[in-house]
Design a protein around this ligand. Structure first.
Ligand code: SF4
Ligand code: SF4
Length: 200
């Protein structure tokens, strides 16, 4: 368990840097999220790695909620991230109920550089921001050399380097959380076995 906690601390440190980099770009370019929007959370296909979900899994464990959430995820068939708290029927509005532990992808999504054709970067801006901030988008595209958007792949790689085995595979976000909880619960059980000689 100690190793998982150490990994989570390293991941959280990178999360802090990513948040700073990507939000600074969004504010400087004017490509900020629409207030109250949750459209990107209303999608269970958002991908994350087990490593990205580790801080959240440990926090749930510390709150005594890990087994409950794990069981719910086993039966979950919703059309959104499990932690999205929707405030509109269509799921386009809402908020993240685990904001401070959200994975790397959620800190970078919105306006960023992604790999384009022939190895060239291209700007990727979510549909909502495109529709809400057309003038800022136009200016950001013109200023792309002076104010280049941060690269999402670099952000993912920063996290991945912390532990390649846990950071290698992207999977749907709810599945990644379930796998992270599985690791935490297994380690909790194994730790008990190590210290007492029997599984509690
Ligand atoms: S973790 Fe939070 S920010 Fe990320 S998809 Fe889920 S609800 Fe949205
Ligand atoms: S990134 Fe786009 S879809 Fe997601 S919350 Fe921001 S504005 Fe909404």
């Amino acid at each position: 368990m100690q190793r998982l906690r150490e990994l989570a601390r390293l991941v959280e440190a990178v999360f802090g840097e990513l948040e700073q980099t990507f939000s600074t770009y969004q504010v400087s370019s004017g490509l900020t999220c629409k207030p109250g929007c949750g459209a990107c959370c209303n999608n269970p296909r958002i991908e994350a790695t087990v490593l990205e979900m580790l801080p959240l899994a440990l926090s749930l464990y510390d709150q005594g909620r890990a087994e409950h959430v794990y069981t719910e995820l086993e039966q979950y068939s919703g059309f959104a991230c499990y932690h999205f708290a929707r405030t509109s029927l269509d799921g386009q509005s809402g908020s993240c109920s685990v904001y401070s532990q959200r994975p790397a992808i959620c800190r970078m999504f919105g306006a960023a550089a992604v790999n384009g054709k022939h190895g060239k970067d291209r700007m990727s801006v979510c549909k909502v921001i495109k529709a809400e901030r057309p003038k800022a988008l136009q200016a950001a595209l013109i200023d792309v050399l002076e104010l280049p958007p941060p690269r999402m792949t670099d952000g993912k790689e920063r996290v991945r380097q912390i532990d390649y085995a846990l950071g290698r595979q992207d999977m749907p976000i709810n599945q990644a959380l379930k796998a992270a909880l599985e690791k935490v619960l297994f380690q909790a059980c194994y730790g008990t076995f190590e210290s007492t000689g029997q599984v509690a």
